[in-house]
Design a protein around this ligand. Structure first.
Ligand SMILES: *Cc1c(COP(=O)(O)O)cnc(C)c1O
Length: 387
């Protein structure tokens, strides 16, 4: 059996796959098992933030794997300590709790928020408000937090305590907040929901309302974080200071990591055995993340992300058949006529790895993509739309 046949036989089909088996890559270029070349503007859903097999990242990861690959969380360890310090000093947050995925990061934020409220106000004040059209993960609790009815199926009973309001409607939020609310959780750009960039005024008002009532603001930066939008975190574009921030996808540069950061007020909420995961803070993974963070925080790096994004947007807007482009940095939603998924399948056949978000095409290219690679991607997309 070949790769595709084994997959079909032995792997549960929780994802619909493109008809391609990827075998290797370098930068924004990938190759399949037959040696066919692709330009990748998806980065594995915004994960390979420095592209495929960045030289420095490979060195950092391999060196750590050859030194000490894992120890339990009962021991101190340099890589996660360095990573936590960097994240806190770059963001102004106070502490970090490590996990392995975006969903786990959000689970952690939910637990911290509820424990803060439990300690201070008692068990009843546990409600969490999230936004319609949000996406927060696939565990039962993060599905419950996700504000889309299609996700609230099959796996009953779901975790209680979540309710949903329309994004960008401050009146609706105000009406929903009560003395039972402990937190509001949001993505400032809804990624899976269709690259919906929230209004600045709304996010600012939301934070003011919550902070005046000691309701915690959790910002899910799983997709938007670590330079994706041209700032280290997308909330920086909004001039707000959340209480909890979750980070995953792009942080590890291709290795599984998810973490929750909290502000000063929450630094001592969690105590031994209130949370944990065996693989969290793995030193090989953290060595990769340290390299990504060092790279992204170098002078000029984030400015270049915005420059590339602006150039890509301008070229996309000039394509016949592109109706609109929603963009912040290198997080891009492309509105087109017709079926985005069918078009994405054709793009892949033509050598462009691209994904969708709802009825939009979505690009999350490696932050290191070159202008030449951008040109090549745009030409492949234009050609495919024309066909
Ligand atoms: C992908 C994503 C998640 C879930 O992350 P996993 O690593 O797949 O668990 C959560 N929130 C947002 C905003 C995401 O984009």
């Amino acid at each position: 059996m070949d790769t595709k046949q084994k997959d079909n036989q032995y792997i549960m089909h929780t994802y619909g796959r493109y008809d391609v088996a990827l075998a290797s890559g370098k930068g924004a270029v990938a190759y399949d098992e037959d040696g066919k070349r692709y330009i990748d503007v998806s980065s594995g859903i915004g994960v390979n933030s420095l592209g495929y097999c960045d030289e420095g990242w490979v060195k950092a990861v391999c060196a750590q794997a050859a030194t000490i690959q894992h120890m339990s969380n009962y021991f101190y360890s340099k890589q996660p300590s360095d990573l936590a310090e960097k994240l806190c000093s770059l963001s102004g947050m106070a502490k970090v709790c490590f996990g392995n995925s975006g969903a786990e990061a959000n689970e952690c934020a939910i637990k911290v928020a509820r424990k803060y409220s439990f300690d201070k106000y008692g068990a009843d004040r546990n409600g969490i408000i999230t936004l319609r059209n949000s996406f927060h993960g696939r565990t039962v609790t993060t599905l419950s937090a996700t504000g889309q009815d299609v996700f609230h199926n099959y796996f009953f009973p779901f975790t209680e305590g979540f309710s949903f309001v329309e994004a960008n409607d401050i009146g609706a939020l105000e009406a929903a907040l009560s003395d039972k609310t402990c937190a509001v959780m949001l993505e400032v750009i809804q990624g899976e929901g269709g690259v919906n960039i929230l209004d600045k005024e709304y996010v600012q008002k939301l934070c003011e309302l919550c902070q005046s009532r000691d309701i915690l603001v959790i910002i899910d930066e799983v997709q938007t974080g670590v330079g994706r939008t041209g700032k280290l975190f997308a909330y920086e574009h909004y001039g707000v200071k959340p209480d909890l921030v979750t980070v995953a996808k792009g942080l590890g540069g291709g290795l599984p990591i998810g973490l929750c950061m909290c502000g000063e007020k929450l630094r001592d909420v969690m105590s031994p055995s209130t949370h944990g995961t065996t693989f969290g803070a793995n030193p090989v993974v953290c060595a990769g993340a340290n390299y990504v963070l060092d790279t992204v925080s170098k002078p000029g790096f984030l400015e270049a992300v915005e420059e590339k994004g602006a150039y890509l947007e301008q070229r996309l807007r000039a394509i016949d058949g592109v109706k609109n482009v929603r963009r912040m940095g290198l997080m891009i939603g492309i509105e087109i006529d017709g079926d985005a998924h069918a078009l994405a399948v054709k793009c892949v056949e033509n050598g462009l790895l691209i994904i969708t978000a709802k009825e939009l095409l979505r690009m999350l290219p490696p932050l290191t993509i070159t202008m030449e690679e951008i040109d090549e991607a745009v030409e492949l997309l234009a050609k495919t739309i024309k066909e």
